[in-house]
Design a protein around this ligand. Sequence first.
Ligand code: DP6
Length: 415
Amino acid sequence: TGTLASGEPFVTATFSAPTNIAVIKYWGKRDVKLNLPINSSVSVTLNQDDLRAMTSVMISPAFEKDRLWLNGEEEDVSKSKRIQTVLAGIRAIATDRTLADGTVVPAAELADPSKWRAHIVSANSFPTAAGLASSAAGYACLTRVLAEVYGAAEPTPNALTAIARQGSGSASRSLYGGFVRWNMGAAADGSDSFAEQVATADHWPDLEVIVCVVSADKKETGSTAGMTTSVETSELLAHRAAAVVEPRLSAIEAAYTARDFPTFGAITMRDSNQFHACCLDTFPPIFYMNDVSKRLIALVHRFNAKHGSIVAAYTFDAGPNAVIYTTKAHTAALLATVMAHFPRPAALASDAEYVSSAPALEAAKAAGVPAGLECPSGDEDVGAVRYIYKTTPGDGPRRLDDSASLVDSATGTPA
Ligand code: DP6
């Protein structure tokens, strides 16, 4: 808490939040307004040291209306139903706040949008256009930071995830680190459709992640629109939700718990493939993967064949980027193999500009490409992969010091 230059009080907080990559995909809503899914899903939370959303919120009676700035641009809050839903969800569970001067603001006053209003400033460390799940990190971060400033008290365990879910379904899973399941729930009001942690981030220290950002030449079908058409037209999606997902969830949770990579990897790849098969089965069909995605798939299968077991596993969301899970023993050789087949774009001066992690790059150069996986000269696909992130599983949202705030504490506007 503090005081603006105008003398009016404020409450503020800043958080960062991670993205997550599902290994059993969420695809299809049974209720579009409440973001209720047709199946449960599970994901691995990625390390926010590498990819994160960061959001500062300041609330004050000095502000005229709720306002939002995203990556430097002001957005109209009144036009975003999702933001409004998250705001209303948190205000409904606000608690009394004690200000710096000892004054207590009752919850009812704090949560009254005609009395206290919110300025929200958010920034992503990864390009929104990259097709990485920035909405997951963004809505998880927004939910968490709003919960902090409003002193939100969860009426039931995991209730915050159900609020984040209404911003973006996958955001429900970014409120925890490690391995997270979003239970589809059965209630019509969505109260039992929340996420919970299955294993913490440090449960499987050997697990590592390589993200290949693939150039997309055309605008993809948005998740919400794509899901609607898939639910309406794909018989395969209906079969998936009814018969495939539940057994896969139990099997992959057991594999993750036992740190059994071959089983974890096999289910991950099959589930990604089935999700994209459902997209092809949608009428008219939706294509998220492109030729580069397919070449990456083939390369991972060759890498595994060479090792005689599954040591790397790809998964693709609603775009052409490949997320490849592997274990420490194989990261360097895998990265070297990907880089041999997909050399950096000509516009990048060195591999240091191509790969996010200098130690990972060094290790890849030292490891080299395993015999038999070299790229025949002339077959290199230069620039088809734009950028490579090397990361690991990570923890849930983190509170940052007010000194990192994106809101100026004198004016209450972006710093
Ligand atoms: C393919 O969570 O972005 O990444 O709920 O409409 O915001 P909305 O969709 P969103 O969809 C994510 C779909 C996916 C699979 C997944 O993350 O489970």
